[in-house]
Design a protein around this ligand. Sequence first.
Ligand code: ZN
Length: 418
Amino acid sequence: MKKKHIFYIVIILALLAAAVLVIILSEKKSPVVEETIKEEKIPEKYGIPLEGWTLYSDTVRQGDYLGTILSRYGITAQQIDKIGRMSTDSFNTTLINVGRTYTVFSDTLTDDNPVAKIFVYENSDVRFTKYDFRNPDTIIIEKLRKPIDTVTLEASGVIKYSLWQTMLDNDYNWELALALSQTFAWTVDFYALQPGDWFKAIYNEYYVEGKRIGIGEIKAGVFFNGGKELWAIPFTQDSVTCFFDTVGNSMRKTFLKAPLEYTGISSRYSNARMHPILHQVTEHLAVDFCAPAGTPVYAASDGVITTRAFQTGAGNYVAIRHNSVYSTVYMHFSSFGKYNVGERVNQGDVIGYVGSTGWSTGPHLHYEVHENGVKIDPLSFEPPPAEPVDSANMERFNKEKRGWIDRINKIEVKKGNK
Ligand SMILES: [Zn+2]
């Protein structure tokens, strides 16, 4: 009888102990407990707790080298030599620039001079290099980043003269104009903004230690241009985030692989070739497509005709500006299409017909693609993808879209203070 009692008591005690253990373990795992510990923020700089250290900060002056600065703080010639040997092409440990800040963490003095135990050099407002001398046998060098704080802001404005002027009138940073022109590059013609056009946007600004270091991306927005509200709704599918319009079409327009039906390629993009007429080596930053005279040539993508003219070398030629990044040029036309300078064309509109005007040995189309003013290879040019929202994702897109539109509609359009 007694044995049975003891047996039960042992089992009950064991169960109790197990229950207590489970409670302790689960409490340890609980994020709530962790958060309360984090709340007592220990003061730190460059991720180093400040307690016990005396800090000495200065800026790099003309004629300073990392070695000369370190030797002032008790770092030996052998250690400085070691740092130099730890430097590689991709991991430069010795390069410092005049005017940048450095900080010495010291807890000892030798002959009244502080001795560096940790040395931090600020490569930029965000990046810094930490040299740790605490272990006498090894030097630990780390390239690190300060934590970046993201602040989400709203902006709006009405165009009176230009987007830049609207930025000034509303006290926005010029970087916001740049971010807007990139986000809306494929849908808004920034060269044809009209007084009364307006925008609203949600965007990020980045801060490091309370100092503004720049504008991040536009999160979402709407631009009223050409009598239409052009929306930029962000959406992530296949782990890629792109902007879409309100029905889920990509804001980006693709380019035609070739702007005509051609029979062959007579000259590819190259930095050096023998010119067939000039008989000298010149670069050919274009593609020559062979096609019978009179073959229609299409606009490679939506855009505005910026040139339609005759030139000695180019013959009858047309240039189209597609957005602030891409333009295309078409040469040697026998005749032009119906579009004049300043007119909008859609992808596939006929802008001219293959000919042999200008410096040309036979009917062909000389085709150039300009990216930020640089002639790139039209055949290896990979235009940004323009996939719409996948039908399987449409329900999620519509839900997220509603959230963005509601938020942006609440932004009042600022009229500017001038
Ligand atoms: Zn050519």
